[in-house]
Design a protein around this ligand. Structure first.
Ligand code: CA
Length: 515
């Protein structure tokens, strides 16, 4: 491969693997007991960002990943329809370019597999699916309500609707495995049909988002492993993160909606142990699929010239919902007939050492590991990179890596991370968040954060990413400087006060931590 490696160096292949609702410390290499050897090996052979952020929600992070903009700037902060103000309508404008469109018109073959969540609500609906947004091929999961038999998919341009009875669906189907298989099928056909072209492969896993569904044999590996409970699990993970040099912070308090593990009956503990076992199994299977993808890249001799990014779209979720085919309470945990969520106690543990969950702008909602792996990229292998980064940075980073210019017509708020991926040098950033009225700004090591209808809080991220010591009252001048900067950003970025959107979300309250 020596010759072609050199030739291919100018245009490496790019793979983005994104998981759904995975907690900050859910990877083995981030201190969990979940077996993720393939992802851990990408981390040890690549660069791991420990200060990396998403936007706290599925669609908004995907909008930022694809467009390089804050979600409001791409009109995808929410999907409230055409009567809502720009920023919240849900229709990404046609002239906002996706990374897939930028790469497709610059000589890349482009493949999408898995979740999408960016289709328009009102205008140009057909053109807003992956095939209309720069992907040559797409295996698109439209509904993830049943991992064993999804209700709706788009396989290329064909819409597939599941028969009402899930037993009429292939009985060996499991979504994560199907996503992995199609990723490898696309790679195989790419290498057969257009081996001279580089490729961009976007693998959007739907795991470990609820419902908690996983193959029984993988769940069996983890059953009984969590009987020590979420309070112990949080301590164990915090200590592992500290030992690995990933995060050193005081542990946040147990979430106020979660009960003490010791107050549960033995039967309740067994039930909760199984929830976490299924969550672990879902991530375990994702890792197995990452492993199979890596094996294929190695077998075909293109592993060295392929850049792999791995991240989660938001933190673990405390939601409590039953959708899809409903919950048969007599069905085994993790089976197709069950419909269960992680809920607040385990979500809290999965986001260790941070506070809050998916949807909040505290660290538990917006933090994700980012792993970047690129053997031929002269990058600082096996290092933990402390640069503060955000999913808006991935478009400029990918374009930098493939040596192509960003469109000059767009003012991108992010920046390329390639320099720091190589050097490990860090510099100050100013980043912003707004989701459901929750707000945050990070400027250097300071973070101001506000939960909707609560006052601003101020934290020093150098030693308190657990957000345990609110410095708002000690540093009022600093806090007001930061919140004014947030106001300026909001004004310039199509962010509007959450209460002004009341008519579009009459039921949008934070009740989901409770049953
Ligand atoms: Ca998500």
């Amino acid at each position: 491969m020596a010759e072609s490696s050199l030739a291919a160096y100018d245009t490496p292949n790019v793979i983005v693997v994104m998981v759904d609702d995975m907690g900050y410390s859910d990877l083995g290499c981030f201190g969990s007991a979940i077996e993720t050897p393939a992802i851990d090996s990408l981390a040890s052979g690549g660069v791991t960002f420990n200060n990396f952020y998403n936007t706290a929600r599925c669609w908004s992070t995907r909008a930022s990943l694809m467009t390089g903009l804050y979600p409001h700037q791409s009109n995808k902060a929410m999907s409230f329809g055409s009567k809502a103000p720009f920023g919240y309508q849900g229709d990404i404008p046609r002239d906002t370019k996706f990374i897939s469109e930028l790469l497709q018109t610059r000589g890349y073959s482009t493949y999408h597999v898995g979740k999408w969540h960016l289709n328009n609500r009102t205008s140009a609906v057909e053109q807003s699916w992956p095939l209309g947004r720069g992907f040559d091929n797409s295996y698109c999961i439209v509904s993830q309500n049943n991992f064993f038999a999804p209700w709706r998919m788009r396989d290329e341009s064909q819409i597939i609707v599941r028969p009402k009875d899930p037993r009429q669906w292939p009985q060996d189907y499991y979504m994560t495995t199907a996503i992995g298989q199609r990723s490898r099928d696309y790679l195989d056909s790419h290498l057969r049909d257009s081996p001279d072209k580089p490729f961009f492969l976007y693998v959007a896993h739907t795991a470990p988002h609820f419902p908690l569904h996983a193959p029984a044999d993988v769940i069996a590996k983890y059953l009984g492993k969590y009987m020590q409970g979420w309070d112990e699990e949080r301590k164990r993970r915090q200590s592992a993160l500290r030992q690995k040099g990933i995060v050193k912070t005081k542990l946040s308090e147990r979430d106020e909606e979660a009960v003490a593990w010791n107050s549960l009956s033995r039967e309740e503990q067994i039930e909760w142990d199984s929830r976490m076992a299924v969550h672990s199994a879902m991530i375990d299977v994702v890792d197995q699929e990452v492993g199979r993808l890596v094996s294929l890249l190695k077998k075909r001799g293109i592993f060295e010239d392929t850049v792999i990014f791995f991240l989660s779209d938001n933190g673990a979720s405390a939601e409590v919902l039953i959708r899809g085919d409903g919950d048969d309470v007599t069905a085994p945990p993790g089976s197709a007939a069950s419909y269960e969520c992680l809920e607040v106690g385990w979500s809290n543990a999965c986001n260790t050492p941070f506070r809050q969950h998916k949807m909040w702008t505290h660290e538990g909602g917006i933090s994700t590991p980012l792993i970047v792996h690129w053997p031929n990229g002269r990058i600082a292998n096996g290092t933990i990179n402390k640069q503060v980064g955000h999913v808006i940075d991935l478009v400029p980073t990918i374009m930098d890596i493939v040596k192509k210019r960003l469109p000059s017509t767009t003012n991108y708020p992010g920046e390329s991370l390639l320099g720091t991926i190589r050097s490990g040098n860090t510099r100050g950033r100013m980043l912003f968040w707004e989701h459901l009225g929750n707000r945050a700004i990070r400027h250097g090591y300071w973070k101001a954060v506000l939960e909707y209808e609560q006052p601003w809080q101020l934290y020093d991220m150098r030693n308190d990413r657990g957000e345990t010591i609110d410095l708002a009252k000690n540093r009022p001048a600093l806090l007001s400087k930061l919140t004014l900067k947030w106001d300026d950003w909001a004004d310039a970025s199509s962010v509007v006060p959450w209460p002004s959107l009341q008519e579009f979300h009459p039921n949008y309250r934070f009740k989901y931590k409770r049953k």
